[in-house]
Design a binder for this molecule. Structure first.
Ligand code: NAD
Length: 371
């Protein structure tokens, strides 16, 4: 048995709980069938934590997240908590986790599974086989820069302002993650900013260029303006492999790339922090989708984004790429066999439930590993 891997499970609200259950079945499968043991603990987060513990994330839960090797997060929120005070709202838990775990690198793969290639709004030939990764800086830039606010400038006029701000080390650390990821894929990196019109854009480009020369000259580096990148993503997305960009552009471009693949229910993500003195990198893994109150409690949610987020955890936190690939292969096979939850089915196809899809993944894992 390899050493215990400490995972904190935070299912959250709505379909977060339903899709997380299916991951727990996969974890049980891995414990039984693979020589790996996980040390799992589960806590409340989001609206349910607000109801039962008075805040969307308690200090105890936050400390457990900091002490764990990786956090698996479902989804939070729902209309029930729309009027809760801002700093206690379900989404505040997510921001606190990102901030205190210093999760500065957000990885959003956009992978098109062959069997779903015709669900995209783009032509099949443009996106069949697509496998790109958007890396977004998550803890700095215009969403956090100070000063920000609204001020009166005359009797009739006010002004509102945000500050786009990056330091050398912030750009270098996200750049390094980008180059490292590129080396593990096809050795190509596109760095995206607006160096034509923004000081921070010129700064970003210079730092990435210097870092490339100094440490990563074996990687093919391209620079692209963010507006052009948005166009290129829908014109010819397969030209990209890894894209690294700032918080604001990453927010927009990762959603754009995600939609190339067809469904929210299929999209995983990872957020990574720095490597500490013990060599540990903090990581939180979560589906891109929210708590989907419109389908919560109906056994209709697609659990694959959550399951693929767990696969990312195996790859990036536990160096278990083979097991991650096994799970991805199981998902691929099921889709080819026609398994579809309602969000990804066509009119003439039958839908399976959340539980049936989760069970099918476990059965496929058995088939793939000859059990
Ligand atoms: P959402 O992602 O929850 O849902 C958008 C649409 O996609 C809905 O029609 C939903 O039914 C569908 N959908 C989402 N995930 C699905 C899945 N796995 N399977 C099948 N269909 C799926 O976004 P929303 O409706 O804008 O937000 C609902 C709540 O979730 C809000 O409170 C919002 O703040 C919160 N939210 C949380 C997160 C998070 O926890 N990371 C992210 C986004 C939204």
């Amino acid at each position: 048995m390899s050493s215990n891997k400490k995972i904190l499970i935070l299912p959250g609200d709505g379909i977060g709980r339903e899709v997380m259950s299916e991951v727990l079945n996969i974890i049980n499968w891995m414990t039984k069938n693979k020589s790996v043991s996980f040390d799992i603990s589960e806590r409340l987060v989001g609206g349910i934590a607000y109801d039962k513990e008075g805040d969307s994330i308690s200090d105890t839960t936050m400390q457990e997240a900091l002490d764990s090797d990786a956090v698996l997060f479902g989804a939070v929120g729902g209309p029930k908590w729309d009027n809760v005070e801002r700093h206690k709202r379900p989404e505040a838990a997510l921001l606190r986790l990102r901030k205190e775990m210093d999760l500065f690198a957000n990885l959003r793969p956009a992978v098109v599974f062959d069997a779903l290639a015709d669900s995209s709004s783009l032509k099949t030939e443009l996106i069949k086989g697509l496998d790109i990764l958007i890396l977004r800086e998550l803890t700095s830039g215009v969403y956090f820069g100070k000063p920000r606010g609204v001020e009166k400038i005359s009797e009739k006029e006010e002004k509102a302002f945000d500050t786009q701000l990056y330091t050398t080390s912030e750009v270098e650390r996200i750049g390094r993650v980008g180059f490292d990821l590129s080396r593990k894929r096809s050795n190509r990196l596109t760095s995206v900013e607006k160096a034509n019109v923004m000081e921070t854009g010129m700064f970003w480009r210079k730092i990435i260029t210097d870092l490339h020369k100094r440490e990563f000259s074996d990687v093919e580096l391209n620079h692209m303006y963010a507006d052009n990148c948005a166009m290129q993503l829908v014109r010819f997305p397969k030209q990209f492999d890894v894209i690294v960009t700032d918080n604001l552009f990453g927010d927009l471009l990762s959603d754009c790339a995600a939609m190339l693949t067809g469904s929210l229910g299929m999209l995983p993500s990872a957020s990574l922090g720095s490597i500490d003195s013990k060599g540990k990198r903090s990581g939180m893994y979560e589906p891109v989708h929210g708590s989907a109150p419109d389908i919560a409690g109906q056994d209709k949610a697609n659990p694959l984004a959550m399951i693929l987020s767990f696969a990312m955890m195996l790859k990036y936190s536990f160096d278990m790429s083979e097991d991650a690939v096994l799970i991805e292969q199981a998902v691929q096979n099921l889709l080819s066999k026609g398994f579809r939850t309602p969000d990804i089915k066509k009119d003439n196809q039958n839908a399976v439930t959340t539980k049936e899809m989760g069970k099918a993944v476990v059965e496929e894992l058995n088939i793939l590993s000859g059990k």
